[in-house]
Design a protein around this ligand. Sequence first.
Ligand SMILES: [Zn+2]
Length: 696
Amino acid sequence: MICRPRRHLPGSLLVAAVCGAATPLALAEPAAAPAAGSPAYLHAWDGGDDPAALERWVRMHMDRADGDIARLTAVKGAHTTANTLRPYDDAFNELTFATSQASVLYGVGATKELRDKAQALTQTANAALTALSLNPDVYHALAAVPAPADAATRHYLEHTLLEYRLAGVDKDDATRAKIKVLQDKITELGLAFERTVHDDVRTVLVDKGQLGGLPPDYLAAHLPDAKGQVKITTDPPDAWPAEKFADNAELRHKVFLAGESVGYPANEKTLRALLEARAELAHLLGYATWADLAMADQMMGTPARLRDYLKQIDATSRESGAREDAALLAFARERDPSLKQISAADARYWQEQYRRAKFNFDSQSVRPYFPYAAAERGVIATASQLFHVDIRPVSGVRTWHPSVTTYDVYDGKVRLGRIYLDMHPREGKDKWFSTQLLTAGVLHRQLPEGALVCNFPGGKTGDPGLMQYSDVVIFLHEFGHLMHHVIGGQNSYAGEGGFNVEGDFIEAPSQMLEEFFHDYGVLSSFARHYQSGAVLPQELYARMNRADTYGRASGQQRQLMYTAVSLDFHTLPPATLDFDAVYRQDFERFSSFAFVAGDHLWASFTHLNGYSSNYYTYVLDKVIALDFFAQFDPRDLLGGPAGMRYRRAVLAPGATRPAAQLARDFLGREPNLEAYRRWMLAEFDRGAARASSAAR
Ligand SMILES: [Zn+2]
């Protein structure tokens, strides 16, 4: 479960993140709207933290969208791409501004008042987008445009018409009105679900004597109070090291349970209402379940095809996963003979201990080589070299928070777009790791902009922000999304951007970039000890890489568990769905760890909003990503020709071609499981095979 990208309302348009009691603009407001391209036009945060300024900004973009729609429906005579598709895309672009930036500020806004307003406006703007997706006049106008000569525009037009039909545009007025009510409700409930998670930071109090095993910089940042107690929150930089490194089982159990209780019980009602609204909408549109609807415009197509595909993935990973888990249990029993089963709360701890013992790799030993600032420079340098772009810091840019850093992305002298990094936790900020679209790209008119919203260590004075190596992998993952958006945002229409490609392709470019972490040439360019400046020793790197191969199959089984939860919650009848029971059943199908009573992971599983039934995206795209990565020359990953070829075949086309074609264009064939199998069975199994033949 890594990043959570855009929300996608199937049968609708690609939706940023999400009504609010609109206060009419004061009459004193100047009538002139900011010019397109001016900062005031581009950025919602230009009005500072004033909720009223945000509202004016969102309304301005919605009004402009109304103008564009009026233009295309007023056409008398022949409809053309110029007089119909272009104004449609202009309206889509304006609503993308409104939905995406309101949604970003909902997650990162500096004050509660601003986040509240942003939430309400995300709802309002998404309601406008839904209204556009159900507007029969727009649909008929688009349908009257003759097939464009160029393939990209033709694909965009055909795909847009398909999305209109899936949205229910050809239903009667009463049905469309019902659809609209349900879509708006879905948006509202989804936002409420996530907001509960953002605001629900739990704190565990532990005795200072229980902190054994945690690294010194962690201890320095967690000093005991007068009673000798230490606070650990559920924010990732706090909770993750505690679960992985703390020797004290009670501490691990407390921190685990706190994390798996986030959103519970508040989100139970919200989630049920959300699933009910989705099921009702699917039925209204003629689909048996929400999952059928949500997959209709995806590469996967149907839940039946998905189930077949998942069987293959299960067959590929189950046995190896069981072997990994059995080895782990045997190891833990050497330390604690009374142990019958490893608790889910202890899994990360035992995996760390196992890697230390069997691979001579202590993951704390590499943290000093990954202080946040160096990792940021390293990830940027890696992406620059790989994709042949320059990413340069820009100063003096106004953003939504002083901690945000800004960069421009260049191709030679040509500026391709702008990116913003908001990388450390704050109160009330989104608690996960995601890439967010801010502006869509329109060739020669508007540059794409995007942001990373993350919760990495650091960002506080005196804290070097030592990252776990898995944090650096997440950073690369998110950067893969960002590059997809920027490089794929150089097409003729806003709706042709990288994030508008089929949703179940979105996690391929991100997971592809993760793989670059495992190259010494890449790592040694930035991994330097935060105190001594020494480069990450090659020998330590080699042990880390070998140790990392352990747990891949069981990790894929875990992805299948999330996939099953996401699918089951969207195919079983929601009124009677027992969230805890179904979650536990899926957990036990794919994990050998003991389920921990009180684990309500589903209550903070925000992918249930963003990806709904389609969490499988990560699994499908892992296969594609590894196939892509296998096309690079391992001896010269960054310098070889594959990077540019990948940029041109996969990233740059954005949504101008079907995703399956992007994959074929780069691979020269259909994607297959070979690279995935090799990756999964890498060192660990080869090591296990050696050990067992030696034993014989
Ligand atoms: Zn992702």
